[in-house]
Ligand binder design. Structure first.
Ligand code: GLY
Length: 351
């Protein structure tokens, strides 16, 4: 078992990484919670696989549980299901002295985390991420949100969990496309902060080899995220580097109505574009985009999608990470090292 401590003053918490630990969920919960009731939120894919294991462990330890299942998919990250969660949790008699658990991928984590931030002005919560993307990214760092009809993640909060429990075994049941979705974020961590991780990923030949090394890979990614979040919890500076590939990626997701490409697929293409921009500007060493294309292909991620410069510029300018009309683009100084370049929209279109 591996543990990482996220040191955010007054809101410190552990990330626990191990295999086959969902059956021991109560042991980790007892470390951070002494109350009675726990609402466990999951979705229609994850609930049938792991819902009973988690609630069974909690009930056996004397907790009262309520399992709440939402439909799987991004469309559930909305006001309707937020209000449904409030309703179910209040009917269960949940108070601020109780606990909420998010058991699932990024949608469940973000929606549940936001429900926890806002219900009764805040109920403590725990993340049990079951997808690779949620394990290495969205469950750590406290960003929680719902989508609005006009865009993704437009209502949210910074709400750190009490503990993050990562069971690596859950990755075995992922559809190949969902695994690749998470691999894009893993590649990102290597690209921005960890050359050795990037090289390791370049050399992995097949799924068996990936699974033999995945514990260490998830640990490395969580450790990088931990460091970045500790330095800039509220995303005012350094945390921006986690958006490498995301400005273009968000533009692609939006252009295709969040349907054609997964987040990871769009970010993968975005990372290739960012490498090419950097190379054109002479800020990224020649050949980096080529390496990025090869590594994306190694994990069955697309490297190219149809999108115009104008569409990229328009979407980037309204991306919530843009400040005062300028666009912050994260570029690579080399594999494992980044720089943040500010552009005006017109300059950006000219590159
Ligand atoms: N997923 C980006 C962040 O947590 O800041």
């Amino acid at each position: 078992m591996k543990r990482l401590r996220v040191n955010i003053p007054k809101r410190e918490y552990d990330i626990i990484i191990d295999r086959d630990i969902l059956k021991n969920t109560a042991d980790y919960i007892k470390e951070v919670f002494g109350g009675e009731k726990i609402a466990v939120v999951t979705d229609s894919n994850v609930g049938p696989l792991y819902g009973d294991t988690v609630t069974g462990s909690l009930e056996a330890a004397g907790f009262k549980t309520e399992l709440i299942t939402i439909p799987a998919g991004e469309k559930s990250k909305c006001e309707k299901y937020l209000f449904e969660l409030y309703d179910r949790m209040l009917s269960f008699g949940l108070t601020r002295s109780d606990l909420i658990i998010a058991l699932g991928g990024g949608v469940v984590g973000d929606l549940t985390g936001y429900a926890a931030a806002s219900l009764l002005r805040g109920v403590p919560y725990v993340q049990i991420p079951t997808t690779l993307l949620a394990q290495v990214d969205s469950s750590v760092g406290g960003k929680v949100a719902i989508d609005l009809p006009r865009g993704k993640n437009l209502v949210g909060a910074f709400n750190q969990p009490k503990v993050v429990i990562i069971d690596i075994e859950c990755l075995k049941t992922l559809e190949p496309r969902v695994l690749s979705d998470g691999m894009a974020e893993v590649i990102k961590y290597g690209a921005i902060k960890d050359k050795k991780l990037f090289e390791l990923l370049e050399n992995i030949k097949n799924k068996e080899e990936l699974f033999a090394k995945i514990d260490k890979i998830v640990y490395n990614c969580c450790d990088i995220k931990r460091q970045v979040v500790e330095e800039d919890e509220f995303d005012k500076g350094g945390r921006m580097i986690l958006n490498f590939g995301h400005t273009f990626g968000h533009a692609i997701e939006k252009q295709y109505n969040y349907e054609t490409y997964t987040h990871g697929e769009a970010v993968g293409v975005g990372m290739r574009m960012a490498c090419e921009y950097g190379e054109r500007l002479g800020l990224t060493p020649a050949g980096t985009a080529e390496r990025m294309i090869k590594i994306l292909e190694n994990y069955d991620l697309p490297t190219y999608v149809e999108i115009s410069r104008q569409q990229l510029g328009d979407a980037a300018a309204v991306d919530k990470k843009g400040e005062g009309g300028s666009i912050n683009l994260i570029l690579l100084k080399g594999i494992g090292d980044v720089l943040i370049k500010k552009f005006k929209k017109d300059e950006f279109l000219d590159i």
